[in-house]
Design a protein around this ligand. Structure first.
Ligand code: ZN
Length: 352
């Protein structure tokens, strides 16, 4: 089987490598045994680019500190809001870092600003780095600095992470749980969606709760995108999409990027890395049956979540595609899942 071209709709690699309090020892250009994604491992796995999220953590955050619930479930308490000043400083520093990677790459890596550039990069072997902001605390509620972020290359925005901010209320991590966890977007959040439509920035539905999802669905003029999630009917976790949400994304011409984290894909919701890749294939099959092959894509969450042992890092991606081929997906299907669906949706959403 020829190695497919792959585009990944969500990773936290830029933020993870930048973090001064992180390991601080790995470079995007060197193959590391830490983390899950770097340029050599992307090349080894056929990954030609992806959306690199800039994520500002809270001040004293212990993410994924699970509180056990009765009858085997869990809940991660709502993370505290991020200070907007902190988010602005951090986001600007990570944008500088992304530019430094581009500059140091000798033409191997480029920050992608247009769909034409994306197509050329994916097919021409220049690694595409699309910049995203995950949780929009850095954006002023009156949106006065949104053009600045666009100018710097930001092309995807998640209005919220799993916490509240000026734009809305994220969905807390909870299993089992409906995604209906509270109020959705604020008035400022609705303004942000309209402004993103106008500028040509993807409004990423990941981490929004049910109300927020349907507000965006009712308002946005662009195809609906949820970059890193999975099927709620298979794994009833609060972050996952219900059948009617999956259908709505399909009907809008949008896509669902699948993540690989065991707690998000396993029917039992367990954080158990000993999870076969067949579990991911189940989610692909479900979305294809419900919405069609044009609406399922990759959204790894590399460097943002634990991965199954069989997909421990980006270099292992061909294993997933071998499984998909075995499940009956032909070359055209694999190209859609691999990158063509993302390319189509970004082309329709981005201006120029
Ligand atoms: Zn996320």
């Amino acid at each position: 089987m020829p190695k497919p071209v792959l585009f990944d709709g969500h990773n936290d690699t830029l933020t993870d490598i930048f973090q001064p309090e992180g390991d601080g020892t790995r470079s995007f250009f060197e193959r590391s045994d830490q983390g899950q994604l770097d340029l050599p491992r992307a090349r080894a796995g056929g990954l030609a680019g992806g959306v690199f999220a800039i994520y500002t953590a809270g001040a004293k955050e212990e993410p994924f500190e699970r509180k056990k619930l009765k009858r085997g479930g869990y809940e991660v308490p709502y993370a505290a809001a991020v200070d907007p000043g902190t988010a602005r400083t951090f986001t600007a520093a990570v944008l500088d870092f992304a530019e430094a990677i581009e500059a140091q790459s000798g033409g191997q890596v480029a920050i992608t600003r247009t769909a034409a550039a994306l197509a050329a990069q994916l097919e021409g072997g220049v690694f595409s780095m699309v910049l995203g902001i995950e949780g929009a605390a850095a954006i002023a509620p009156d949106l006065r600095n949104l053009p600045y972020y666009y100018e710097r290359g930001v092309r995807v925005i998640n209005p919220v992470w799993s916490r509240p901010n000026a734009f809305g209320f994220g969905v807390p991590f909870r299993y089992p749980s409906s995604p209906d966890t509270g109020p959705g977007l604020t008035a400022a959040g609705r303004e942000l969606v309209a402004a993103c439509n106008e500028l040509g920035i993807v409004v990423d539905l990941a981490h929004l709760n049910k109300k927020g999802f349907w507000q965006v669905a009712g308002q946005s003029t662009a195809p609906l995108v949820c970059s890193h999630t999975a099927v709620h009917t298979i794994c009833p976790m609060s972050r996952n999409l219900t059948d009617d949400q999956i259908k709505a994304i399909g009907e809008s011409g949008g896509l669902i990027g699948l993540y690989y984290m065991p707690a998000g894909i396993r029917p039992d919701g367990k954080d158990n890395r000993d999870t076969p890749l067949a579990a991911i294939v189940e989610h692909v099959n479900f979305i294809v049956d419900l919405a069609g092959i044009d609406h399922v894509a990759l959204g790894s969450d590399f460097d943002g979540a634990p991965m199954p042992y069989g997909l421990a890092d980006a270099a292992a991606l061909p294993h997933l595609f071998q499984m998909l081929a075995k499940a009956g997906y032909d070359e055209a299907d694999l190209a859609k899942i691999g990158y063509k669906n993302w390319l189509r949706v970004l082309r329709e959403t981005w201006r120029a």
